[in-house]
Design a protein around this ligand. Structure first.
Ligand code: ZN
Length: 207
């Protein structure tokens, strides 16, 4: 399927509204920004959300819009954030081209992780023919396919497709096609894994 694929359409719309209003956490904003770069056809939703964001701004009292003096050190902190973001974007581009040159930390057989310098954001690589463990989520999980394809109980996802999963959803992603699959993820609250897998992660010092 080449349509925009989402597990929960309402979650997607809410996420786009939050993105346009600048209200997403940095990791989620990075996922949405990359999604829009890969799938410009998703931009219609964001234009609508931009209009809505404008209405929200108009509704704010003028005092809320007044420029506050910048605290000292703010510009320096902002530059550090900019550097981290451009570093993350460069790694995401590498991942979208197959991930050569990126180091992967094994989390489970066939499943490697490359943590990005943006809190909560990571690249996940699942080898060809491999499956991730069946898992639930402590909070919202955004998964954007960058390279290859995967499928779960709800659909099949290709580069540019974004999957919104929340604490209600359990799934078992598995790679489809002949290549590995690399995704950009933003995960709140971690994964909920079977007891034996959680134990194995603890023993690997990853929990
Ligand atoms: Zn998941």
């Amino acid at each position: 399927m080449s349509e925009l694929l989402v597990t929960a359409a309402n979650d997607y719309t809410a996420m786009m509204v939050d993105y346009a209003a600048g209200g997403l956490a940095p990791a989620a904003a990075l996922v949405v920004e990359t999604h829009l770069a890969l799938r410009p056809d998703g931009a219609g939703d964001v234009l609508a959300a931009d209009a809505l964001g404008g209405l929200l701004l108009e509704a704010l009292p003028p005092a809320a819009m007044a420029a506050a003096p910048l605290p000292s050190g703010f510009a320096q902190a902002e530059r550090a954030v900019d550097r981290a973001l451009s570093d993350a974007r460069a790694r995401i581009r590498m991942a979208a081209e197959g991930g050569a040159g990126l180091a992967w930390t094994p989390r489970f057989p066939g499943w490697g992780e490359h943590v990005l310098p943006v809190a909560g954001a990571a690249l996940v690589r699942i080898g060809a023919g491999k499956a991730m463990l069946r898992h639930g989520h402590g909070g919202q999980e955004l998964t954007l396919v960058l390279y290859g394809a995967f499928e779960d109980e709800f659909g099949r996802y290709e580069p540019g497709d974004i999957v919104v999963a929340d604490s209600q959803i359990e799934h078992r992603p598995r790679v489809s096609g002949r290549s590995a699959c690399i995704c950009l993820t933003a995960v709140e609250g971690g994964y909920r894994l079977p007891w034996w897998a959680a134990l194995a992660q603890k023993m690997m010092g990853r929990a």
